[in-house]
Write a protein that binds this ligand. Structure first.
Ligand SMILES: [Zn+2]
Ligand SMILES: [Zn+2]
Length: 253
């Protein structure tokens, strides 16, 4: 079945803009300027921020926040929102703070992340370093970020369109994400974050582990797939993924 009565481009970008506006209001007091959100499949990167990346003929420039749709089918929605907000903190720092050199995520960035409810961590897990070149993060239980996400989910926020052909790394990082261990958020689908550029800062997918167990909430929104060598993954319906162990396709069970 192909789309007839929907406009996928408008729908996909309206949803991302809705999320951006909501986080801007609730986490940054509405002070962030607009930016141009793009969908990019940059390898091993969940997202990135690139300052003043676009210009128009009137001489106006705007920043880019790129989000990688490879993760949409295989990571919890919370993690995709984490990626967006992680990049929004880079945008905030570019306009209102002092970004670190190159890809360095400095203490000012880390403090702002923590204030809005995301704990910076070099490993993506509790106990990692809070600053560094390659940084991930996890949601702080009871923090502002999770409260705003819960509000969005109450308003039936979703990312309607997802990439059906996610690369293996995206699949595996989605399965092992820390967000999969969070409980108490209804309908939390899946997602991840990262960033890089000239003035780009990047967030890497987290280390992978094939056999982690997703939470009950994810089982409701995702389908279980199995391959010939009995590795299980959970993802949205109708995706096409090959197992790198047995080289067979994952089949929904
Ligand atoms: Zn970053
Ligand atoms: Zn296999």
């Amino acid at each position: 079945m192909t789309a007839t009565n929907t406009t996928p481009t408008k729908q996909a970008y309206d949803e991302l803009q809705w999320a951006y506006d909501t986080f801007n209001q609730k986490l940054f007091g509405g002070q962030l300027p607009y930016c141009l959100i793009t969908l990019q499949r940059e390898k091993n990167t969940c997202g990135y921020f690139s300052a003043k990346r676009f210009a128009n003929q009137s001489g106006v420039v705007t920043d880019e926040i790129a989000i990688n749709p490879s993760y949409f089918a295989v990571s919890p929605l919370i993690e995709i929102m984490q990626t967006l907000v992680h990049e929004m903190v880079h945008l905030w720092q570019f306009h209102f703070g002092k970004p670190g050199r190159g890809r360095y995520h400095n203490k000012e960035w880390a403090d702002q992340m923590e204030r809005i409810g995301l704990m910076p961590s070099s490993t993506g897990q509790p106990g990692g370093a809070k600053t560094g070149d390659s940084m991930a993060d996890y949601a702080i239980e009871g923090g502002l970020f999770l409260k705003v996400c819960a509000g969005l989910l109450d308003e039936h926020f979703k990312l309607s369109w997802y990439d059906r052909f996610p690369p293996t790394l995206a699949v595996m990082s989605g399965q092992s994400s820390f967000a999969n261990q969070l409980v108490g958020l209804p309908n939390a689908a899946t997602m991840i974050i990262s960033d890089n550029s000239n003035s780009m800062v990047e967030t890497k997918p987290q280390p992978i582990e094939a056999s982690s167990v997703p939470s009950a909430e994810n089982k409701q929104t995702r389908v279980k797939y199995t391959c010939d060598c009995d590795i299980n993954i959970w993802a949205k319906p109708n995706i096409q993924v090959r197992c790198c162990e047995c080289d067979g396709m994952f089949e929904a069970v």
